[in-house]
Design a binder for this molecule. Structure first.
Ligand code: URA
Length: 234
């Protein structure tokens, strides 16, 4: 969560100016917070605010948390020589400091979380923290009702020594399902349906824990998480 500091203290911590010198700099309109000139040295600023002196970025903004609506064809990586990346969709200062909390395949769409808070992303991805992920899947074949129990018991995936953890399967139509899993093995959802001789044609992540993909976000759009969404991961 964001920490707050007085402006004069925050600036003096990251420059060689004393607090008295920072006060004078503020009065001289040399300091901006998120682009606005601030002359009050007592103003409380968050560690997620952009802080500039004479136009130069002083503060490493962070921790920061965003949700992205990942479109098809984008890779969940920060760099890729062949394909556009989820990070290409973000227009934020120092965006290379952000990392992805739970990747999606290039042909999967939906909710991706980005942050520079390593502890937080660990809680999102580690099965121990029970941060379930929910996907909508369109399948090549009709799905039988018996799959619900098979997924609840756990499935043996090819080349794996342990069954998958219990997963909830909801059949929406003949070949459309909603599936919730608590772990994130390699291509897990696609491999679970492959184990039942089916195939995923479309996969879309709708939710991570209590964080649902915002319906107002078009594919390619992003927004910061709310304080409530950030705190929902623990
Ligand atoms: N499972 C998959 O198979 N692919 C994804 O992108 C996410 C979960």
């Amino acid at each position: 969560m964001a920490k707050f500091l007085r402006l004069d203290k925050a600036v003096s911590q990251v420059t060689d100016l004393s607090r008295a010198e920072v006060k004078r700099a503020a009065k001289a309109e040399r300091i901006t917070v998120n682009g606005a000139v601030i002359t009050d040295p007592a103003m409380k600023i968050a560690d997620s605010d952009d802080l500039c002196l004479d136009g130069e970025l002083l503060q490493e903004a962070g921790p920061r948390y965003f949700m992205v609506h990942k479109p098809l064809g984008y890779v969940s990586a920060t760099k890729d020589s062949e394909h556009p990346t989820v990070l290409d969709l973000i227009d934020e200062p120092n965006k290379q400091k952000l990392h992805i909390a739970g990747r999606l395949d290039i042909d999967t769409t939906g909710l991706v979380l980005l942050t520079d808070d390593g502890q937080w992303s660990h809680m999102v991805t580690s099965p121990r923290h029970h941060c379930d992920k929910t996907y909508y899947a369109h399948l090549a074949e009709r799905i039988d009702e018996s799959a619900v129990e098979k997924f609840a018991k756990g499935i043996w995936l090819n080349n794996e020594k342990k069954r998958t953890k219990p997963a909830q399967l909801e059949i929406l139509y003949a070949n459309e399902v909603r599936i919730t899993i608590g772990e994130g093995r390699y291509h897990q959802v696609k491999r679970m349906f492959a184990a039942l001789d089916n195939r995923v044609l479309e996969l879309h992540r709708e939710r991570i824990g209590d964080i649902a993909l915002d319906e107002d976000l078009e594919p390619g759009d992003y927004r910061p998480l709310t304080a409530e969404e950030i705190a929902s991961v623990h």
